[in-house]
Design a protein around this ligand. Sequence first.
Ligand code: MG
Length: 410
Amino acid sequence: MVDYTQLSDPNAEYTMRDLSGDSMGIQDDASIRDAEITDVQTAMVDGNYPWVLVRVYTDAGVVGTGEAYWGGGETAVIERMRPFLVGENPLDIDRLYEHLIQKMSGEGSIAGKAISSISGIEIALHDLAGKLLGVPAYQLLGGKYRDEVRVYCDCHAGNEAEPASNAEEAERVVDELGYDAIKFDLDVPSGDEKDRANRHLSPRDIEHKEAIVREVLDRVGDRAEVAFDCHWSYTADGAKRLSYALEEYPIWWLEDPIPPENHDVQRTVTQATTTPVATGENVYRTHGSRHLVENEAVDILTPDIPRVGGMREGMKIANMADDYYIPLAMHNVSSPIGTMASAQVGAAIPNMLAVEYHSYQLGWWDDLVEETVLGTGRLPIPDEPGLGLTLDLDTVGEHLVAGETLFDEA
Ligand code: MG
């Protein structure tokens, strides 16, 4: 296995925008800032996604825990960044974030896994800074608008193509688990598909989707808000015809009906219909959402905090969206760590709708930390320092991805 920490710094010989504390001439004499990063470690956990946990260690004996968006590759990218963090003051979150983006520019740090990896570190730095200063993370972000954040449950029916099966699961999740906000996949087989590659939606496909929406709303629409996700599947005209067909149903939002790259087309779809259209989990930093927001190409923005750039970037995106009266519903498939990072941002912004919970069928999601994270359909924001969570290292150890090792905290 490659030891990424031994790789040379390709940027070392250039005098490019180096934002390290040394080059910036930062003097740390005040006792409150008397902490240095000593190590950065990762562990990948086999949840319902391969969760990438990040821990940042300091000589003050305080540890920060974060989470990067799931997947292969992030652990190597995070290891690669360790030399750019060791010796730095962990309280300079924004500067370290920009420092990493600059240092990782050759590895594509305007988007993708580089930004997801940096997001994991940025979240760990918020946890760490909160613990060093003795304040909850939301306080670092400007304080809170609410004590708890609404959670919507991403649901999966036993037979996802069967409208009645979706309605049954909706009823179970609302009445037995207590959610008043749920989401179902709408990119399910109708039996009328002719060719998946061309993204065409036939009239029968649309009737089938409408039947799922109708049956779910008939069953729980009086006591829950329901969103539907299409996972970037359809043509612009198909998305418009589907949106028109759903206008008579009071759905929460229709998510990602078209592919995520072309925001001009996204605008035509969103502006063609009164059905609320949501997108945003596939773009990075404020720059990725700017065109969507400024052109009113989206009704609801869906950034993923451990992916998009982290908590401060999430704040910037939310504030930009709020200038256009656009709310956020945060995409989330994370462990309790990434979920809490999203909720802490959600507490600190006015335009927060809800954060996604994608692990209701996992069984041990909450065991990853010592605290109880989820309330009934809500996520209470703890007043403990940082994220307010303590990793349960036994549970982490039990569920490590094969070949991964637990944090070395000796
Ligand atoms: Mg989605």
